[in-house]
Design a protein around this ligand. Structure first.
Ligand SMILES: CC(C)(COP(=O)(O)OP(=O)(O)OC[C@H]1O[C@@H](n2cnc3c(N)ncnc32)[C@H](O)[C@@H]1OP(=O)(O)O)[C@@H](O)C(=O)NCCC(=O)NCCS
Length: 148
């Protein structure tokens, strides 16, 4: 745990690693490298390593003028490294980044099929605000939760 190394997504290797974690955890929302690169231009994104081993990633979507100072904070940890406190560390760090960006409202987003993610968010004070399908063909809704 003390070896957890967290770094910004700012080069090809970290972009690949962030993409790997994202696409493994969200197989229904696979992102291309072009998609990920584009996101680095608007989001704060980090990857986490245990020594040299990739364990997780984060996304902070900053507040914008049209979303009433709402930031979205997401922590993701690869299945084999869960329940060791890594996501808690990633989440707390990302939350600090969102606050530093002057976010007045903090949200997160979890797939309804992910009970671990829902419990993780609820245990940290988030409550559901809406659920929706991104595409008509989707069967599992996303759930937006807000820190209260
Ligand atoms: C949700 C998710 C991030 C949790 O990752 P994780 O690394 O297992 O999270 P943590 O280890 O920090 O905490 C998970 C639980 O393990 C517990 N835990 C932490 N260290 C532990 C240990 N050494 N032994 C046993 N349990 C432990 C925590 O108390 C926590 O319990 P809680 O959820 O009831 O509060 C992970 O399942 C994931 O990536 N899901 C997909 C993405 C997602 O849904 N993200 C949530 C939006 S923020």
């Amino acid at each position: 745990m003390t070896n957890l190394r967290i770094q910004a997504v700012d080069d090809d290797a970290s972009i690949h690693d962030w993409q790997y974690v994202h696409n493994l955890i969200i197989p229904g929302g696979v992102l291309s490298l072009v998609d990920v690169r584009a996101r680095t231009g608007r989001n704060r994104m980090e990857v986490a390593y245990l020594g040299d081993t990739l364990v997780g990633c984060t996304t902070v979507r900053p507040p914008t003028g049209d979303n009433r100072a709402t930031a979205t904070v997401i922590a993701r940890v690869l299945p084999e490294y869960r329940r060791r406190g890594f996501a808690t560390r990633l989440y707390e760090r990302a939350l600090g980044q969102a606050r530093a960006l002057d976010a007045q409202v903090i949200e997160t987003v979890v797939l309804a099929s992910n009970p671990d993610g829902l419990r993780f968010a609820e245990q940290r004070g988030f409550t559901e605000v809406e659920r929706y399908l991104l595409r008509e063909s989707d069967t599992v809704p996303w759930i937006n939760l807000r820190l209260t």
